[in-house]
Design a binder for this molecule. Sequence first.
Ligand SMILES: Nc1ncnc2c1ncn2[C@@H]1O[C@H](COP(=O)(O)OP(=O)(O)OP(=O)(O)O)[C@@H](O)[C@H]1O
Ligand SMILES: [Mg+2]
Length: 476
Amino acid sequence: MSIRLRLAVVFAIAAATVFALGSALFVTTLSSGLLGTVDSELGTELARAGTFAANPAGPGGGGTAVARPLPGEFIVQLVDSAGTVRNASHDAGTAPLLSKSLLDRARTQRIALTVTIDGDPSRVVAAPFAGHAGWIAVASVTLDGYAKTLGDVYRELWAAGAVFVAVAGAGAYVLARAALSPVERLRRAAADLSARDDHVVLEVPATRDEVAALATTMNELLARLHAALARQRTFVADASHELRTPFAVLRAELELAGRPGRTRGELERAIAGAAEETARLNRLTDDLLALARSDDGELTLRRSPTDVGAILRRSAQVAALPAAACGVELRVDAPDGLAPDGLVASVDADRVRQAVDNLVDNAVRHAPRGTEVVLRARSAPAGDGVVVEVADAGPGFPPEFLPHAFERFRRPDTSRARSGGGAGLGLAIVQAIAAAHGGDATARNAPAGGAVVSLVLPAGDRAPAARAARLAPAGP
Ligand SMILES: Nc1ncnc2c1ncn2[C@@H]1O[C@H](COP(=O)(O)OP(=O)(O)OP(=O)(O)O)[C@@H](O)[C@H]1O
Ligand SMILES: [Mg+2]
């Protein structure tokens, strides 16, 4: 059922209820007002009870024993203390209009009630008759006029009620349709939006109401979706671009190797070149996969109490050879995990190692010959985490590049031309790994020169030194 129809039905039911309650109140007031008028007229008749002929319906009186009033005719009886009708008006009969118990009540006080006389509802008022102890004057009249008036009122109320409810329901329907039409317009506009067009927005009505607020919120949502879509497109375009070069080199190497008359040395060089490009492709696809997973929040961690210092030492050991080739020395500055103050944190050892390897790779590539790269691990200042730092004595990050250092495929312009430069994903992965641990990564230039990249890793459950023997290995 549409909102319009639901509103109309609810409104009609509410209108019917209110009208019924109002009508009931009106009819009750009208009814008691009408009866009050009848009672006061009957009161006037009571005063005349003594003026009627003595027992006109008595033996020889020619009347009837029971009352036979005409519609609207006032009849009066004067009843003595023994319950005998002494005086009566025409058509009042000789049998008392009231039962003995009611007559007894009327001897002490005035009573007014509705009874059925000769099959018709009638109003009766009875009161002690002054001057005669124990005598009662009784006056009665049929309620035809009263019943007719009430009947007319009921008919009119039914007709008016039906019109009122119909108008209320129809009015609610029209109002709801008018109120919801901007929402419907908004829905149609949203349905017509194209996923391709990055700049379309919904028209915000100038009404400053809920619909305008809804349109504004939807536009904000659209802007966020467009931005996410744009990021995805850039990511895919950059990824394709980065994959193209190694594939082209690989193809060229294989084509060269396939030419007739290659010497063994040339073939070996071609195979080595192809293997290098394949390794680069492998790294790139691994990086892309890691970032895609981190976007989906699926960069799952296998946390275990890990000696963070051991990760640094292993990373330095593996990078020692390429570092030596660049004339750079690697130094680890971290407590031993087996010592009482060892830095043990619940982290994913493989992922932290991947992050440290990325940082060491960067540092070694940028550090000048004869300098050292320091791999440092220490407790976070607040004592609730581990900070890993890799610092070199190179040129540092270009200042304008620092705010973008952790963006994907982001390299300073000078870096693109450099030989040995990667895809620009290393730092983005470091950031994703830190974030997956609930931590953060920051890059800065040391005052004395050189780049410093810090990785804050929440400590998780810090294992005591005694458990260090059971630590997960820091990686291959
Ligand atoms: N220690 C450093 N000193 C100076 N510049 C650095 C340092 N580390 C990174 N950079 C700059 O930041 C850029 C981005 O680094 P990132 O590790 O993200 O990518 P990359 O090393 O170029 O490629 P990838 O890591 O994907 O192989 C680098 O291209 C480099 O210009
Ligand atoms: Mg890198």
